[in-house]
Design a protein around this ligand. Structure first.
Ligand code: DGP
Length: 113
C-alpha cells in the first residue's frame, strides 16, 4: 500500500535489519527497541490492524504464530518472550500495518498497561 512504511520495508525501499523472512511474512528489528531483543513480525500483505483480520486473511496470522517459536529460537529467546499487538488509537498503534512486537532478552515488566 502506498505510503505505508512497513509495505516499503517489505519491498526493500526502506532498509531494515531482517531477522526472518519467507514468502508470507517478515521479521525485522524495531528502530526504537524497548527490550534487549525487539523484533516486529509482519504479514507481507497489507492488513491495517488486528481489527481487519477476517476469514480471507487469517491464514497469514496463523502462519505468523506458527513461525514465532522458530523466530524466537533464532533470536536466542529460550527463556521466554512477550508478543504484543497494538490496535487502533486506544492501543497506541502508530504504524497502520498490523505487526506483532516480539520482546525479550531480559525479565520483562509484569505490567502490560
Ligand atoms: P506500534 O506503536 O505498535 O505501531 O509500533 C510501531 C513500531 O514500529 C515502533 O516500535 C517503532 C517501529 N518503527 C517505526 N518506523 C520504523 C522503521 O522505519 N523501521 C523499523 N525497523 N521500525 C520502525
Amino acid at each position: 500500500m502506498a505510503d505505508c512504511i512497513f509495505c516499503k520495508i517489505v519491498d526493500g525501499s526502506i532498509p531494515s535489519k531482517k531477522a526472518y523472512e519467507d514468502d508470507k511474512i517478515l521479521a525485522f528489528y524495531d528502530l526504537e527497541p524497548q527490550a534487549p531483543v525487539h523484533v516486529l513480525v509482519i504479514p507481507k500483505q497489507h492488513i491495517s490492524c488486528a481489527n481487519d483480520i477476517d476469514d480471507t486473511n487469517c491464514d497469514v496470522v496463523a502462519h505468523i504464530f506458527s513461525k514465532i517459536p522458530e523466530i524466537a529460537k533464532l533470536l536466542g529467546l529460550e527463556n521466554g518472550y512477550r508478543i504484543v499487538n497494538n490496535c487502533g488509537d486506544d492501543g497506541c498503534q502508530s504504524v497502520k500495518h498490523m505487526h506483532f512486537h516480539l520482546l525479550g532478552g531480559k525479565k520483562l515488566s509484569g505490567q502490560m498497561a
